[in-house]
Ligand binder design. Structure first.
Ligand SMILES: [Zn+2]
Ligand SMILES: [Zn+2]
Length: 314
């Protein structure tokens, strides 16, 4: 079982969800939204995105990501609320007390057929919840007892067969390494128009999309063209205000293993600035960006718009 604990993907080590002594069994879920197949280095970004969306959901008032466990197409199991925690995903309070919830990173369009690795991972998660969370032997889908299409027909058909391991005794096929000339070029374009007040003399990390704060590229990623960060400041920014930028790498938790590239600047802030980066991002690292403002009188500067663009290949 390839298990990533909460602390390994950037959640607080223990979930705030209610304790649950045991469960009848496990309900299997899918995302129910479009989802594209992706490199494994991006899977934990998506788990963080789900948690952020659940925490931001005012209707459900979630205390944490709703699922007990999540499984990506590569078979890795991410600890959600974990064992002995009541789920928030099964539809209502009674259903949440009855069964645990395991969510496959599988979409209603895009990636809709579970891979063998994913099925093995879901099975791993079910067995883990039986072993560590006193789950009973019942296995079902979200649609059992609740009006929903979840977990989608392909996955539900497997659940109805009793969620068997896809190829018992047979080792999974080794991954085929991509050939150099198979590299696909993709475009990175993310922007954020939330105003942010940057204090004088302090390094501040910037996020460019709603999720995964401050991640620009997750390694391994080959930047085949330059990556540009563009910043626009409020029109009343002091003419002598400056901005210094720094691209840097961290481990996926965003905190540890920080290594910086050289500072760029100080540049004049008024009128907007552009920063350029074109270095490959190694495996297991995230490329991020931060800025530091300099003013003569210590006034903060208001950042009104930020964009990151570029071509890349993975
Ligand atoms: Zn569901
Ligand atoms: Zn994955």
């Amino acid at each position: 079982m390839k298990l990533v604990r909460r602390s390994g993907w950037g959640a607080p080590a223990t979930s705030a969800a209610a304790y649950m002594a045991s469960a009848r069994g496990v309900k299997v879920h899918y995302l129910g939204s479009p989802y594209a197949s992706r490199g494994h280095q991006l899977c934990d970004d998506y788990v963080r995105k789900i948690r952020a969306e659940h925490l931001a959901n005012p209707t459900e008032n979630y205390s944490d990501i709703a699922y007990n466990m999540l499984v990506c197409e590569h078979g890795t199991v991410y600890e959600g609320r974990g064992a002995h925690k009541r789920t928030g995903a099964n539809g209502n309070a009674a259903l949440n007390r009855q069964d645990y919830a395991v969510c496959a990173l599988l979409g209603s369009s895009g990636l809709t057929e579970p891979t063998d690795a994913m099925l093995n991972g879901i099975r791993d998660a079910i067995e883990y919840l039986r072993r560590e969370g006193d789950a009973g032997n019942w296995i079902g889908g979200h649609r059992d007892g609740y009006a929903t299409a979840c977990p989608g027909n392909p996955l539900y058909a497997w659940v109805q067969r009793g969620a068997p391991r896809p190829s018992p005794g047979k080792p999974p096929a080794p991954p085929v390494p991509p050939k150099e000339n198979d590299m696909a070029i993709a475009k990175l374009t993310e922007q954020n128009q939330l105003d942010v007040e940057l204090p004088d003399g302090v390094w501040t990390g910037l996020a460019f999309a709603g999720d995964s704060p401050a991640v620009i590229h997750a390694g391994p990623r080959v930047l085949v063209g330059p990556t540009y960060v563009q910043l626009t400041f409020a029109s009343d920014t002091a003419p002598d205000a400056t901005v210094t930028g720094r691209f840097y790498l961290t481990n996926p938790d965003g905190v540890s293993g920080e290594s910086g590239y050289g500072d760029i600047g100080p540049l004049r802030a008024s009128g907007g600035v552009q920063f350029l980066h074109n270095i490959n991002v190694p495996a297991g690292k995230h490329l991020r960006f931060k800025v530091r403002i300099g003013t003569s009188d210590g006034t903060p500067v208001l950042l009104t718009h930020r964009t990151v663009t570029g071509d890349y290949a993975t």
